[in-house]
Design a protein around this ligand. Structure first.
Ligand code: CMC
Length: 389
């Protein structure tokens, strides 16, 4: 139509109003429902922030306790769904397993997944929050050929997740409080980020009337890409490649600047943050702290710091206002906790799940919501006749 504006990558187009998350990219500000991310990361918990994102206010102690209890009691996966994992190769990437199993979850709740039924929506919010970490942990166990553990209702959300990943059937599992608190903090930092690619995907799919399972599964697939959540895995692969090849950091940065083979500095740059990413600042502080507390010395952390220093003093990065984003230092911490590289993006997915659910619900309750349907500018052939006519 004559009114269509071309906007590759939606750089200038708002597709919705939202009251969930505020970002000021120039000032490096991130707030969930008005609360600064720094305060939440320091003082809150994953589930408390999830409630805040979903319902707009912090829960009372009673509300939170009741909700936490419900979530603990929805962690079990149907035994048939557990067998789903054995139909996949052990080499399967956990992100593919996660999106497939999340889509498959909806088959167990047919008739209970009406987007217009508030009771269904609330129940499936609880189910997804409870079961996504279990699915992710099983994808991990499957990839290393270990037995699945049952969720342990006596443990907090994060501790249960750690036990499902690192516990085994033969020994009593003891949660390391340092790992537990650090993971809680990292998950909080990932909980929402307004209209990023995966959240926009969840909204677009949800705008068709699709249920929460289908919409979240689509969001997981969008997150998988290396320009989005997949960047945390790509950063560690990049660091390991630099270390193994013996290439100097300077030489690697030169290759990035020359755009040789399309190589990018993974974990750098952001569509919105142009001075710094407030999450990256908090993650970097955590990286030193957590590795020290866990007694881990990882040369990849030194390499990451060197890479950051070289890049930040280089005109290419200065001119383009490229800074470390949330994915730059998280991988080093996840690695120190014992997660294999391919689990990094599933950790991001668990972190982002409350945001996806909050946006899905906000969209559902917004009377102005319409099916998402972008325009295009047609640049193909004009009308022509099929040969012989
Ligand atoms: N390394 C090298 N050059 C870069 C990078 C990078 N990481 N990021 C952007 N540039 C260059 C880009 O090539 C372009 O240069 P030129 O004008 O010469 O063509 C300029 O900077 C502007 O970049 P853009 O691609 O137009 O920026 P965008 O807003 O479309 O993309 C981004 C944002 C995050 C996709 C991009 O910065 C990127 O690919 N970064 C690496 C992947 C990454 O770390 N992603 C995680 C993002 S944060 C959390 C999350 O969503 O998961």
């Amino acid at each position: 139509t004559g009114h269509t504006a071309l906007d590759y990558g939606f750089v200038n187009t708002a597709a919705t109003k939202s009251a969930i998350t505020f970002i000021d990219g120039d000032e490096g500000i991130l707030r969930y429902r008005g609360y600064p991310i720094e305060q939440l990361a320091k003082n809150s918990t994953y589930l408390e922030v999830a409630w805040l994102l979903l319902y707009g206010e912090l829960p009372t102690a009673d509300q939170l306790a009741e909700w936490d209890d419900k979530i603990r009691h929805h962690t079990l996966l149907h035994e048939d769904l557990k067998r789903f994992f054995s139909s996949l190769p052990h080499t399967a990437h956990p992100m593919s397993v996660l999106s497939a199993a999340t889509a498959a979850l909806s088959t167990y709740y047919e008739g209970q997944s009406d987007p217009n039924n508030p009771e269904h929506v609330e129940l499936n919010t609880i189910r997804l929050l409870a079961k996504l970490p279990v699915i992710a942990a099983y994808a991990h166990k499957k990839s290393i050929g270990h037995a699945f553990l049952y969720p342990d209702n006596s443990l907090s959300f994060v501790d249960n997740f750690l036990k499902l990943n690192f516990g085994n059937l033969a020994e009593v599992y003891e949660v390391n409080p340092v790992t537990s608190r650090a993971l809680e903090r990292l998950l909080i930092l990932h909980e929402d980020h307004e209209q990023n690619a995966s959240t926009s995907t969840v909204r677009l799919v949800g705008s068709t009337g699709a249920n929460q399972f289908s919409s979240i599964s689509a969001g997981i697939n969008a997150l998988y890409g290396p320009l989005h959540g997949g960047a945390n895995e790509a950063v560690l692969d990049m660091l390991a490649r630099i270390r193994d090849s013996g290439e100097s950091v300077q030489r690697f940065v030169e290759r990035v600047k020359n755009k040789e083979d399309g190589v990018k500095l993974m974990g750098f740059g952001h569509r919105v943050y142009k001075n710094f990413d407030p999450r990256a600042k908090l993650v970097k502080e955590s990286a030193d702290e957590v590795l020290a507390e866990l007694g881990v010395h990882d040369p990849l952390l030194d390499l990451a710091k060197e890479l950051e220093e070289v890049a930040l003093s280089d005109d290419y990065f200065k001119e383009r206002r490229l800074y470390p984003n949330v994915d730059f230092y998280t991988g080093v911490i996840y690695k120190a906790m014992g997660f294999p590289t391919r689990m990094f993006t599933p950790l991001f997915a668990i972190g982002r799940l409350p945001g996806w659910l909050a946006h899905w619900t906000e969209m559902q309750n917004d009377p102005q919501t319409k099916i998402g349907r972008p325009q295009q500018l047609y640049v193909g052939a004009p009308e022509r006749n099929y040969p012989g006519l």
